[in-house]
Design a protein around this ligand. Structure first.
Ligand SMILES: *Cc1c(COP(=O)(O)O)cnc(C)c1O
Length: 483
């Protein structure tokens, strides 16, 4: 924004007199453009932005890179700084990656009816811990307990902050100061900070590893059972697969072993699958209900992976185990807030009507989107980009793969059709960056020098925004090429 001058001429100029021409903060505040920003963003941030813009100008004068002071330029710089300060840190992005449960982008988007329920309880008072018929104190567990029981067949249930805290609570309540047996093939790390051995240590349980990385037999568990055994833990390896010469003990056999020795069995199911996904051409992940039916005393799962709800940890189990968990001191530390409970209740209710579920829960809608529909969407998007951007990009559609993401269905690439853009005047890397820095940010993938947009994870109403972002990126490229 500052016009530079040759340093020889600059040297002749009086830096001090130039500094004296800088406008005062009070004068700037009287400008119409600045006072509008002041009204919109408040005095604190406006003053901060003005002072920073003036400081930058002062530094530039001293460095000899600014030879003429313009109040308009300083106001413009302050406005830009204010816009950056006022921009929310946590904000919407457009996910064009085709990774449905994208952990870095907030995992599952919520169903519209869940969003409405969140807004309603957030705006006012609610029945969070109030029993309307009796007018007495109620329990926050009631809002989802019956639904989880219905959908999983469990006797009792509760929901906590996330699956990591569900596992921690389960381990602490069932095996603190006792031994918990787990297969070496299931000592997983999820998302860098959740590692089964670490959680086990924090829960106060003593971890007893059995078997090997690729094979664990029932006799390995049986040999490890002692009077100090408090729990058998099974962890679903949701974000990787051991393939080849492998063996895992099915949950039903662990349950039988546990029953023989009076030891409870806890399965961390992970992804929160409540319905049989195989019917929709997706891999048949074991459901939470299947573990309950096999007799597991406790099953835990995430709320915001394949379940398609808010961040939460689902715990389904026997009456006795869930009662123990609800009374545990950690339960209070990991309890859910009213907004999450509202979103979870509505999401779970949608499971009572499968047609609505697949139409309204975005994660399931995207995962089960038929190949022909994705192809049609890609064709439409490609056409819109060609119409709006002309020959800035070479536009094509191509077969590629979407992914479930979030450490779920790790081996399963979902066939998709992407829009592939080969920019003519800039590199795909520069294009990717421009889309990412636009507002809202558009997150896309690069493959073989082309930028890929996967319509599977784009909402219909986001497609025009993607096209607009491409138009801006292309325009910048054109003006740079012309310059
Ligand atoms: C994802 C996952 C977790 C952690 O769940 P969060 O909801 O992210 O806390 C724990 N165990 C398994 C098997 C998982 O897949």
């Amino acid at each position: 924004m500052w016009a530079g001058l040759p340093s020889a001429r600059m040297a002749r100029m009086d830096i001090n007199s130039l500094l004296r021409t800088l406008p005062k903060v009070d004068e700037l505040l009287k400008r119409e453009d600045i006072s509008a920003l002041d009204r919109a963003h408040g005095r604190t941030l406006t003053l901060e932005a003005l002072r920073e813009a003036l400081d930058a100008a002062r530094d530039a004068i001293r460095a000899g890179t600014l030879a003429e002071v313009s109040a308009d330029a300083i106001a413009g710089e302050a406005a830009a700084r204010l816009a950056a300060k006022a921009r929310r840190s946590l904000r919407r992005v457009i996910n064009a990656t085709g990774i449905v449960v994208h952990t870095n982008l907030g995992r599952s988007p919520l169903a519209e009816s869940a969003v409405e329920a969140v807004a309603e309880v957030a705006r006012g008072y609610s029945t969070l811990e109030y029993d309307v018929p009796s007018g007495e104190r109620g329990s926050r567990h009631v809002h989802v307990e019956e639904l989880i029981c219905r959908l999983t067949g469990a006797e009792a249930a509760m929901a906590v902050n996330n699956n990591a805290s569900a596992v921690l609570l389960g381990l602490a309540a069932l095996s603190r100061r006792k031994e918990a047996i787990v297969s070496r093939g299931q000592l997983v790390e999820i998302g860098g900070s959740f590692r089964i051995p670490d959680i086990m240590r924090e829960s106060g349980a003593k971890m007893i590893e059995v078997g090997t990385t690729n094979k664990t037999h029932l006799r390995d568990y049986e040999n490890a059972i002692t009077p100090k055994t408090g729990l058998i833990l099974k962890v679903h390896s949701s974000n990787y697969r051991v393939v080849g010469f492998t063996e895992e003990v099915p949950i039903a056999e662990l349950v039988a072993l546990g029953a023989k020795h009076g030891v409870p069995v806890f399965e961390d199911q992970g992804s929160g699958v409540l319905i049989d996904l195989a019917r929709f051409g997706l891999p048949g992940e074991p459901t939470v209900g299947a573990s309950v039916a096999a007799g597991a005393d406790l099953v835990s799962a995430s709320g915001d992976k394949l379940l398609g709800g808010p961040q939460a940890g689902i715990l389904a189990g026997t009456r006795e185990v869930i009662a123990k968990l609800k009374k545990h001191p950690l339960a209070r530390c990991v309890r859910l807030d009213k907004m999450t409970l509202a979103a979870l209740e509505v999401t779970l209710r949608l499971y009572l009507d499968e047609e609505r579920l697949l139409a309204e829960v975005p994660t399931l809608r995207m995962l089960t989107m038929p190949a022909a529909e994705v192809a049609r969407r890609a064709g439409g998007l490609a056409g819109a980009i060609r119409d709006a951007c002309g020959d800035v990009f070479e536009v094509a559609t191509a077969a590629d793969t979407s992914r479930a993401g979030g450490g779920s269905l790790p081996m399963e690439d979902i066939p998709t059709t992407v829009v592939a853009l080969a920019p003519q005047r800039l590199s795909a890397t520069v294009l990717e960056e421009r889309l990412r820095l636009s507002e809202p940010a558009v997150i896309a993938r690069i493959k073989d020098g082309r930028l890929l947009l996967d319509p599977r994870t784009l909402r219909l109403d986001e497609e025009p925004e993607v096209v607009a972002a491409l138009v801006r990126a292309g325009r910048d490229a054109a003006s740079q090429a012309g310059a």
